[in-house]
Every structure is written in structure tokens, then in C-alpha cells.
Design a protein around this ligand. Structure first.
Ligand SMILES: [Zn+2]
Length: 268
């Protein structure tokens, strides 16, 4: 069976964006799965759609278990697409971005990369020795939901007390970091969460992505120093954090992951 031609799509809470030669976007007035599938069928022009979205998938990657920005809970999106004749591959948006960042390295040697997302959410995308790590529950890297926040504050995931309620963009408009104590509190918690993962994986690259770091690039060096301050000193002397604003890399990543997945299904 020949490999499909895939269209990379970013499904956000407000916008649907797609890449390739006919790239474009449209504002989502109706966020129902049915309405979004109608749009996807139109823009796909007969291709498969590789969809990157903010949320969690079932372990098989075919159902959206939770899509907070869309208000979706347990939506069998891949099956719904198939019933309409649309071939669909789903990925968590940070997984897609981490893979896109990894592809951009153009390395021949298998390397490890952490994509540290500080945007509306706070999470890590993980590529370990050239393999994207999605995890058993498709939740690898979801460190923003560690219970390190205020016990009475509700997170977008539905739970109380997640670290993301302190670290996420909704609580941290850019000017909040002008207050030295707020800024330091954010840096302390972010570093405390990220440093153990850096110590565990000893990655070649750590790339900062997301709106907070894009709007406040001055945080980058301080976060790097805070993380470094928690790592074993002699071994992580060269630890560095860089920021990437390559938003389109998530689309390249999700298309490549769709191709990999299809090749695996076809036994190639
Ligand atoms: Zn949470």
C-alpha cells in the first residue's frame, strides 16, 4: 500500500491551522468534533490529516480522552474521521513539537531532547535516544500536573492543586514577571520540576517553547541557572537551555509521526 500524503494540522482552542503548500487557518466558531471534521475534510483535499492538538489521547492514540481547549471528553475522533472517509492521525501538540524540534537537529546520531513548554500549560516533550516517548498512558512529560500547587485551585485537567495552576500562562501574564518575588517563585517551582527530568535523562538538548518564554526571553538564562543549581555540579557544567520559536515545527513533526505510524501499520 502506498504511503498517504499527509496534511499537518494544528487544532487549537480558537484556530485551526494547516501547513503545506496550501497553508492557512480558520477561526473555530463551532468546536464540536463533527464541525471540525467537516473543516478537515474540506482542507485535506483527499489527503490524510495529521492533527496536533492540546490534550490527552487514549493509549492507542485513537480517542481524545480530554481536550480542555475544545471542551472534549472521550471523543473517538479517529473512528469518526474514518466513518467520513478521512484518514486521521492524532498527536499531543507538545509531542508533535518535540519531534519537530528533534527533526530540525538533522542529527545522524540518536540523541535526547527535552522540549520544555511554558505556555498556557507547563509540560515536557521527550525524545530519548531518537525515540519520541509518549508513555503508557500517553502522558509522559506531563509534569505540570504534579500536585505542587495550591490545594484549592482547580486546574484545566479537572484536578485540584496542579503545579500548572502556578506556572501556566493564565496565571502569568508577561508583566507578572516584573515583580521580583513572583518571578523568583515561578523560576523556583519550574526548576524544581524540570531538574529531576534533566538528571534522569541527561539530554543533549533542552529547548524552551511556548508563550511565556517567547514573551519573556529574559527568563531563559535565569531558568537555566536555577535548573543548573539543582543538578549535580560536576556533570552538568555545560547544561544550557535555548528557546525555539519554530511554531511550524509541530506541523512538520506531526506529519512525520503520521508517516512513521502508517509505515508501522503497513509493516514497512
Ligand atoms: Zn492538572
Amino acid at each position: 500500500m502506498p504511503l498517504n500524503d499527509w496534511l499537518g494540522v494544528d487544532l487549537g482552542g480558537t484556530w485551526l491551522r494547516w501547513g503545506g503548500a496550501s497553508s492557512g487557518r480558520l477561526r473555530l466558531e463551532d468546536r464540536s468534533p463533527e464541525a471540525i471534521l467537516d473543516h478537515l475534510i474540506t482542507v485535506s483535499e483527499g489527503r490524510g490529516v495529521a492533527v496536533s492538538f492540546a490534550g490527552w489521547l487514549c493509549p492507542e492514540g485513537r480517542r481524545v480522552m480530554q481536550g480542555p481547549n475544545l471542551g472534549w471528553v472521550d471523543v473517538p475522533f479517529v473512528e469518526m474521521a474514518a466513518a467520513r472517509g478521512l484518514n486521521c492521525h492524532l498527536e499531543n501538540d507538545l509531542d508533535a513539537r518535540a519531534w519537530g524540534e528533534y527533526m530540525a537537529l538533522e542529527t545522524r546520531e540518536p540523541r535526547s531532547l527535552i522540549a520544555l513548554n511554558a505556555g498556557s500549560g507547563f509540560a515536557l516533550g521527550l525524545v530519548v535516544q531518537g525515540q519520541l516517548v509518549r508513555g503508557f498512558h500517553h502522558r509522559a512529560g506531563e509534569v505540570g500536573h504534579l500536585v505542587l500547587g495550591p490545594a484549592d485551585r482547580r486546574c484545566g485537567c479537572g484536578d485540584l492543586g496542579c503545579a500548572e495552576t502556578l506556572l501556566g500562562g493564565a496565571q502569568n501574564p508577561p508583566d507578572r514577571f516584573d515583580d521580583p518575588s513572583q518571578r523568583q517563585a515561578w523560576l523556583d517551582l519550574a526548576a524544581r520540576i524540570v531538574a529531576p527530568v534533566v538528571a534522569a535523562l541527561d539530554p543533549h538538548h533542552v529547548v524552551g517553547v511556548g508563550g511565556i518564554l517567547a514573551h519573556r526571553p529574559d527568563l531563559l538564562r535565569d531558568l537555566e541557572q536555577e535548573i543548573k543549581g539543582l543538578l549535580p555540579r560536576r556533570w552538568f557544567d555545560d547544561f544550557s537551555l535555548r528557546v525555539s520559536v519554530g511554531e511550524s515545527l509541530a506541523l512538520a513533526g506531526v506529519v512525520d509521526l503520521a508517516r512513521h505510524s502508517e509505515a508501522l501499520r503497513n509493516g514497512n
